[in-house]
Design a protein around this ligand. Structure first.
Ligand SMILES: *[C@@H]1O[C@H](CO)[C@@H](O)[C@H](O)[C@H]1NC(C)=O
Ligand SMILES: *[C@@H]1O[C@H](CO)[C@@H](O)[C@H](O)[C@H]1NC(C)=O
Ligand SMILES: *[C@@H]1O[C@H](CO)[C@@H](O)[C@H](O)[C@H]1NC(C)=O
Length: 255
């Protein structure tokens, strides 16, 4: 006859054994799951990557007089060959600004309109505070563009514009380096821009731009403009854009 104390000890050992076994079974089961997940891993991500590419939506924010017509022209030339859609978003009526309601409608439409994907949407979208171009501002003789009447808020606006450029845009190029801009896009978004550089260089899209010579302003006008704070700030933003673009170009087009 087993003594009660020993009996309890045996029961305890038995219970511990059962618990340990159960844990080990759990661990083995989990390990199997991990192995299954690992073996599925690369295949699953391959599939996602392909769908991602075909779901690509590019939003090109046009800025007047920066070669955007040439750029969009290249997209229209390529869309048949590369099998994507080009859509024009016309919001000129609302001064290039969408109300919150319309922003949501637009996002929902673009996101769910699968028949159009992959797509390039182009239009002139504005961040509400920055919709006016320098020309507009001067033409309307608004106080912010009067060199003698500068509001301190402009320094803030410049910082905001830099933040927007870094945080809200995939890529911002400069007109003088439109070919490089297209090359960076071709390298990073080949689904839409495959062959774009070669097409841009060999078609008359690149030549058209160079032959359109705008009248140069007089030296006096240039001096006056360069003296104004607004020009200095626009120029600072330009230099900032250029530096950032060169940085991205260097690391993207690295052979
Ligand atoms: C955009 O819309 C405005 C007004 O709604 C119209 O006058 C203009 O012709 C349109 N532009 C294009 C390119 O469709
Ligand atoms: C998006 O808007 C266009 C034009 O208004 C419309 O024809 C299309 O059906 C809309 N697509 C979706 C998914 O809402
Ligand atoms: C540019 O080339 C296209 C064909 O690629 C041609 O149809 C068009 O007329 C040309 N435009 C000019 C201004 O030469």
């Amino acid at each position: 006859m087993i003594k009660p104390k020993l009996f309890y000890i045996l029961v305890l050992i038995f219970v511990v054994c059962i618990i340990t076994t159960l844990y080990q079974m759990q661990i083995i089961r989990l390990r199997d799951k991990i192995v299954t997940l690992e073996s599925k891993g690369p295949k699953a991500s391959d599939r996602d990557w392909k769908t991602d590419e075909d779901n690509l939506v590019v939003l090109y924010n046009r800025v007047p007089k920066t070669g955007s017509t040439s750029f969009v022209g290249v997209a229209y030339d390529l869309c048949k060959r590369n099998k994507f859609h080009v859509l024009h978003v016309n919001i000129t009526a609302n001064n290039h600004i969408l109300s919150l309601t319309n922003q949501l409608k637009f996002i929902s439409n673009v996101t769910n309109w699968n028949a159009m994907k992959p797509a390039l949407y182009h239009g002139h979208f504005a961040f509400p505070r920055f919709q006016q171009t320098f020309d507009d501002c001067v033409a309307k003789q608004l106080p912010d563009c009067d060199p003698n009447n500068m509001k301190p808020g402009n320094k803030w606006a410049l910082t905001e514009a830099k933040k927007n450029l870094i945080n809200n845009y995939f890529l911002v190029g400069v007109t003088e380096e439109l070919e490089d801009f297209i090359s960076v896009l071709e390298q990073t978004l080949p689904r839409v821009f495959r062959g774009a550089t070669e097409h841009y260089v060999s078609s008359n899209r690149s030549h058209l731009r160079q032959t359109v010579q705008k009248d140069m302003p007089s030296e006096e006008t240039v001096r006056k403009i360069k003296d104004s704070l607004i020009w200095q700030m626009e120029n600072e933003l330009y230099e900032f854009t250029l530096e950032h673009f060169h940085f991205q170009k260097k690391y993207t087009l690295k052979k």
